[in-house]
Design a binder for this molecule. Structure first.
Ligand code: ZN
Length: 508
């Protein structure tokens, strides 16, 4: 083995241990810690984070990484070691160009921004959030400029962080397609003014019984309780310490049956990805899902393509009715399927149906692009936001709480993240058509046999961790690079059928 790589190993181990410890504390904060713990715990996280920073970003590690990037050294490395060096070099490049003082300042602003945003949202006062949002944007611009290479766009640098290889060049094509194909189609669907009655969803559903069914669903989809646990939190999420300790949460509402059902399927989709990472890679820099988009492709594949299909519910629906006989005895499987897929253009992204969802993302993409590529003042943003909602979805947010203040992302300094949500949905559709062509996909669902589907995804995606990036994964799996046409086709086919549209032509 390369002697330089050998010298690098203790640093990698330390970085891994610090990440694991921080993740565990963060999990505890979200799920179990008492309210007053926050201040002291935040200090501990701060110390661990700066330890992490210096475990990777120090002169010795830098020297080793530069050395290991030389051709001669590269030749002596295994593919796994090469991948680790590549990821480490990326991390160092990110951290190294930012002066530590500014990095600290930025993190302090971020820590404050969440509280400011929460209050502003509560009080419907964008003007209270605007000043700190402006600071967050200017730090992100500044940091991107430090890393900018000649001719590189600032927004591309941010996009690359969440989805390596996907920049405005790719996203522009993708979102233009969504715009031109989906917006007229959504209009057609909403003109149908459907009479789908889903009032059953707001009846009273006992939380304990919901929990039982939620755990049952997780196991049904493939969550391995020997390698993971499920808890509750305000907003459902997934985190992982390694491939044998993957944690997800759910949230229950008494008067919303769907919410917990689709959240648990979604998070289980994320969890299966992390549980499926190869033992060789876990606890290394390659030991997690390759990108936000691919992660979301897995969660949304399970949640929507599988979880909202009729075939999936054929064996399951009787069990749900058994769990809630009073509430559901009058609701047929057909009505339930129409209910869980009902499309209504609305203000809120996280409550959007599958058809209109990506248009919410499109709006955020266009606005972020304006922020980082053009001159637009923060003050103008709510107006632009509302105009776009009106133009694309035909609805105008009645206030900023349900408009521009709805998402937490910007308060956490996350710019360039949103597009991965739509990308993930589209990747999922491409995977779906591919899998349908090589296995009796629908039959498996109808029979309640999800193992072949899960095993295939593990074999083609999960096990690789960060060894492969998005396009390589997709083309190795489907024989074709990312192609948004499948997503358009999927949505049009599905919704034409649900809404009995006759005059829609679907291009093959
Ligand atoms: Zn997700």
């Amino acid at each position: 083995m390369s002697k330089y790589y050998e010298k690098l190993e203790p640093f990698l181990e330390k970085g891994m241990a610090l990440t694991t410890a921080t993740t565990l504390i963060e999990w505890d904060v979200e799920t179990a810690a008492p309210m007053e713990a926050e201040e002291n715990t935040t200090r501990v996280i701060g110390i661990l984070s700066s330890e992490f920073f210096s475990a990777y970003n120090n002169d010795e590690v830098k020297k080793l990484v530069y050395k290991l990037q030389e051709t001669k050294e590269q030749e002596s490395l295994t593919p796994k070691q090469k991948g680790i060096v590549r990821e480490l070099a990326k991390k160092i490049e990110e951290l190294d160009k930012i002066p530590p003082k500014e990095y600290r300042e930025y993190n302090e602003i971020k820590a404050r921004a969440f509280g400011v945003w929460t209050k502003a949202k509560e009080n419907n006062r964008f003007e209270d959030f605007a000043p700190i949002l402006e600071q967050l944007i200017s730090y992100n611009k500044k940091f991107a400029k430090y890393r900018q290479k000649r001719g590189e766009h600032l927004y591309d640098i941010l996009l690359e962080e969440y989805e390596p290889g996907f920049h405005m060049e790719q996203y522009d094509v993708f979102f233009e397609k969504l715009k031109s194909e989906l917006i007229p189609f959504i209009k057609k669907i909403s003109e149908k003014k459907d009479t789908i009655d889903k009032s059953y969803n707001e009846k009273s559903y006992e939380i304990e019984k919901q929990k039982e069914f939620s755990n049952y669903l997780a196991a049904y989809v493939g969550f391995d309780f020997n390698r993971g646990i499920i808890a509750e939190s305000a907003h459902p999420f997934t985190t992982n310490l390694h491939n044998r300790d993957v944690r997800i949460t759910n949230h229950f509402y008494k008067n919303n049956l769907e919410s917990a059902i689709f959240s648990i399927i979604h998070e289980t989709g994320h969890a299966l990805y992390e549980m499926g990472i190869d033992d060789e890679l876990t606890q290394t820099l390659l030991g997690e899902g390759t990108s936000m988009g691919v992660h979301e492709s897995q969660s949304r594949f399970y949640e929507n393509i599988i979880g909202r299909s009729k075939e999936f519910w054929i064996p399951l629906y009787p069990k749900l009715v058994e769990q809630f006989p009073e509430q559901l005895k009058e609701v047929s499987l057909e009505q339930f399927i129409k209910g869980i897929n009902k499309s209504v253009p609305g203000f809120i992204r996280t409550e959007a149906d599958e058809l209109t969802y990506s248009i919410h993302v499109l709006i955020r993409y266009e606005i972020e692009k304006m922020i980082f590529e053009e001159k637009v003042s923060v003050k103008e943003l709510p107006k632009i936001w509302n105009q776009k909602y009106k133009e694309y979805l035909g609805v105008e947010p009645e206030n900023d709480t349900v408009g521009i203040l709805q998402d937490v992302h910007w308060s956490g300094g996350m710019f360039g993240y949103f597009p991965t949500y739509a990308l993930g949905s589209a990747i999922g559709a491409q995977i779906y058509y591919h899998m349908k062509s090589i296995m009796p996909f629908e039959k498996y669902l109808e029979e309640g046999t999800l193992t072949p589907i899960r095993d295939y995804l593990k074999d083609k995606i999960h096990k690789y961790g960060k060894m492969k990036y998005t396009n390589e994964l997709i083309s190795d799996m489907t024989g074709e690079a990312f192609n948004p046409d499948y997503y358009i086709r999927y949505l049009k086919e599905k919704y034409s059928k649900l809404y009995e549209l006759e005059d829609v032509t679907i291009e093959e």
